[in-house]
Structure formats: C-alpha cells, structure tokens
Design a protein around this ligand. Structure first.
Ligand SMILES: NC(=O)c1ccc[n+]([C@@H]2O[C@H](COP(=O)([O-])OP(=O)(O)OC[C@H]3O[C@@H](n4cnc5c(N)ncnc54)[C@H](O)[C@@H]3O)[C@@H](O)[C@H]2O)c1
Length: 443
C-alpha cells in the first residue's frame, strides 16, 4: 500500500500546505543501492574531552580533519558526525558534548547521521554512570528533533578496543541504516577481522530464512544473497509459487515447511548443504488479533506456537546438533509490540517479548559454548501485507508516529539483519535492534 502522503509532501503544494498547517513532513530516505552506496558526503569525527579508547575509531568514510567542518561555501555539508564520548566521566564533561555538536547541527546534510560513541555506565562510579546515561537521553532527543531524514544513535563500547565498533559504524554510517534512529547498541568484546571483500561480507556462508516467501522475509533473503550468502528460503507449503519465485530469483533453495511441525529441525538439517549453516533468521510470524476477552485459546496458541515456541525449538535443536557453525549468528524477529504492547495483541506481544527474553538470556551462553551470536531485530511499522491489512486510520497513525514520520520498508529490516549476521559483527550480541524510525511506541 503506497504512502501517498509521503509522495504528496514532496510536491510544491504539499510542501506549502504541510508547512502552513504544521503537519508531519517526512523526508524521502536515501537507501542503499547502486546509486547510493554511501551517505554522499564527508564524515566529521569529534571527541568530547579525552577518549577512553586505546586508539582511533575505525571509520572507512572520507574524514574531514577534526574541528574543521568549514563553512558551507568552502566544503560540502557533512553527511555524518561521529562523537567519541567514551571518556565522558562526569557532568562537567557533558559540556564538551554540547560544544562538539552544537556548531554542526545547522550544517549536517539532510539524511545525515549522528553517531555518539559512549562507554557502558559503570556499576562502581555513579558520576561516570550518570554522565554516560545522560548520553542516552541526549541522543534520543537529538534523533527526535533533527528532522530532514537525519538519524541519531548511541553505540556503547564495553572495552577500550575501538575495533569492536567497526561493523556497527559501517552500518550506521551507510544508507543501510536509513530507518534506524534513536537506538542504543551495546557492543561486547572485540570483533573478528572484517571480510576480505566488503561488498560480499557473507560470501561462502549459508543462511536459512523462515517466512521467506514474501514481505520482510523475502527482503532478508534477497539482501543476504546480495551480500554473498547461499540462502535457503523456508515458508509454509501453501506459500508455493511465492516461495519458488523468491528462492529462484536469488539462486537459493526453496524449503516448503511449516516451522511448527515436530520434525522441522530434522528437515531443515536435511536441506542444508553438509547439514550445517552459518546464519539462522527466524522471521516467520503471524498475528491473530482480538482483545483478550474475545480471544479463543486457538488464536492464542497459534501465535505463541509460530512466533515463539518454534523459534525456541529450532534454535535449541540446531545449536545442540552443532548445525550452526562457529562465527555464525542467530537473528530473531521481535516487534515494537513486544516492547510497548498493543491493544488486541496480547498473544502477539507476549510472543515477541518472549523472543527478546530468549535473545538476552541465550546470547552469552551461545557465544561461550558455540561461538555464535544471538540478536533480534524489532521492526516498527513496516510496509507489508501484514500492515496493509490494518484499518486506514490506524495505519496512517502507525506511519506517522515516529521521528521519520513514515513507515519503513522490508529492506530496512533486511539491512539490519544482514548487519547482525555479518561475521564482522561478532561484538554485537544479545542486542535488540529496533528498526522503527524511532517509533513513539515503547520509546
Ligand atoms: N510488517 C510489520 O510492520 C512488522 C512489524 C513488527 C514485526 N514484524 C514481524 O516481522 C516478521 C515478518 O513480517 P511480515 O510483515 O513480512 O509478515 P508477512 O505476513 O508478510 O510474512 C510472514 C511470512 O511468514 C510465513 N509463515 C507464517 N507462519 C509460518 C509457519 N508456521 N512456518 C513457516 N512460515 C510461516 C508466512 O507464510 C509469510 O510468508 C514477522 O515475524 C512479524 O511478526 C512485522
């Protein structure tokens, strides 16, 4: 279902009317593609006080020298600013955050990025903890006020090794993160070396995507294949032609299978080349909405079975057999409904909150025992058949109630999934990455 309002606000009468009436003014987002492989401008690196890192932050992009943003007439407008605030250890240090970013706010290009890099709030030093937590409120507020399709996110490093941030900075400083804003990502440990070919970071890897026939799952399969993975596309047997089409278009394999069937894990392993995979994406999901007073036990259990029990069962079975290779990743699909709750969705929100619980608990153990990361994406309002079925007024509210004032596209969730599946993202574990344009729900 096309977002006609977004199109209208890009026309001269649309611009005039929305400005006069104070209506939301969504900016078209620059998404990754052959014509947009980067943000299209220089990145500025600033440091608030003294960095607590062992070395400089790893940035691929063209940097303007620190502190010389130049005037608009002299240099192109910066496309991004990265602020190293890892050394911020007290309230007084926060003044350096203000003075580093304040002068840049008017020059940051539309669609630009603000990335604040902080440290984990200390359990032993409440002054450091207060100052580092302050960065969260600061960044989330910037994300809300910056406008023009710009985003702001906070990355927390738990070790002084800046290499851990490489894949996360690459993602946040690219058009791939267009719909990720107002988020906090905490990185643990050190990342392994980046892939030999940055254009195909998943080359030689095998991925399984559930619910891949259409919507977000089809986009995930497509993006993983673009990044070099061999993809097995799983969906219910009833998805038939759609599944064949998706798998065929990316030279992948179609696996018609209901993920809730008892022997699903056996049949998945049988379909994998060599019986092993590197990337397991749990995307299959359903809704059966009713208020609890009107909800049958069937509607309850259908949703819990597909969205949560099957995710737990297949993950357990594949990890137990050693079918997920070391350096691999599990990416599950939660939802902002699992964070904020939603009327008529007690079953769905319970299942998606359950996914978050699974991820947080399993991640450290899976890393220790299997060398595998476990993360979740939590989509907000994404334009798919699922959201096209939502009544018009609620759909329109869903689209606008976020800082970017528009719905996301399946590819936005797919790019976030590919980032989490990248072996270079080994320092990202146990995270729930919202892909929601900084939705007001559960923010
Ligand atoms: N669209 C959104 O705005 C949104 C928001 C938050 C979360 N999500 C989540 O993202 C995921 C994908 O959503 P979507 O909008 O693309 O949905 P969709 O309905 O378009 O696609 C879901 C796919 O999962 C498949 N599926 C359902 N039950 C299955 C089963 N038992 N076994 C195998 N496959 C099964 C379906 O056949 C379908 O192809 C879901 O987990 C959904 O809950 C979506």
């Amino acid at each position: 279902m096309a977002d006609r309002y977004l199109h209208f606000t890009g026309t001269p009468p649309g611009r005039f009317l929305t400005r006069r009436l104070g209506l939301p003014r969504p900016a078209p987002l620059r998404r990754f593609g052959p014509a947009a492989t980067d943000l299209g401008g220089p990145v500025i690196l600033r440091t608030a006080g003294r960095s607590a890192l062992d070395g400089p932050l790893p940035l691929d992009e063209p940097l303007t020298p620190d502190g010389t943003a130049g005037t608009e007439a002299e240099t192109p407008r910066p496309a991004a600013v990265v602020l190293d605030a890892t050394g911020v250890a007290g309230v007084a240090d926060l003044a350096a955050v203000h003075s580093a970013l304040h002068p840049l706010m008017r020059s940051l290009a539309p669609g630009g990025r603000i990335v604040v890099v902080g440290a984990r709030p200390s359990a032993d030093d409440h002054h450091q903890a207060a100052a580092q937590q302050a960065l969260e409120g600061f960044t989330r507020s910037l994300a809300k006020e910056t406008g023009g399709g710009r985003t702001a996110n906070l990355v927390r490093l738990t070790s002084p090794d800046p290499a851990a941030a490489a894949s996360t900075l690459r993602f946040l400083l690219s058009p791939k993160s267009a719909y990720v804003s107002g988020q906090v990502l905490e990185l643990t440990g050190t990342a392994p070396a980046a892939a030999a070919d940055p254009a195909r970071p998943l080359a030689g890897r095998t991925a399984l995507v559930t619910g891949a026939a259409r919507g977000i799952g089809a986009a995930v399969a497509e993006v993983l294949a673009r990044d070099g993975a061999r993809v097995i596309c799983l969906d219910v047997p009833g998805a038939g032609a759609d599944l064949e089409r998706t798998a065929g278009a990316l030279d992948g394999t179609a696996l018609p299978l209901d993920i809730t069937t008892g022997d699903a894990a056996d049949r998945i392993v049988a379909a994998l080349p060599g019986g092993e995979l590197d990337i397991l994406v749990h995307n299959a999901g359903i809704t059966r909405d009713r208020r609890l007073a009107n909800m049958s036990a069937d509607r309850w259990s259908q949703v819990l079975d597909v969205n949560l029990a099957a995710v737990l069962d297949t993950t357990d079975a594949l990890l137990k057999r050693g079918a997920v290779r070391r350096g691999g990743s599990v990416v599950a699909t939660a939802s902002i409904a699992g964070i904020a709750g939603n009327t008529g969705q007690t079953n769905y929100a319970a299942s998606k909150a359950g996914v978050i619980g699974l991820v947080r608990s399993l991640a450290p153990r899976a890393a220790a025992a299997h060398g595998v990361t476990v993360n979740a994406v939590a989509p907000g309002f994404i334009e798919t058949r699922m959201t096209a079925a939502v009544p018009l007024l609620i759909r329109e509210a869903g689209r606008r109630m976020n800082s970017l004032a528009q719905g996301g596209l399946p590819v936005d969730v797919a790019e976030a999934t590919a980032y989490l599946a990248d072996p270079a993202s080994g320092a990202v574990n146990g995270q729930v990455l919202r892909v929601c344009g900084q939705s007001l729900l559960g923010a």
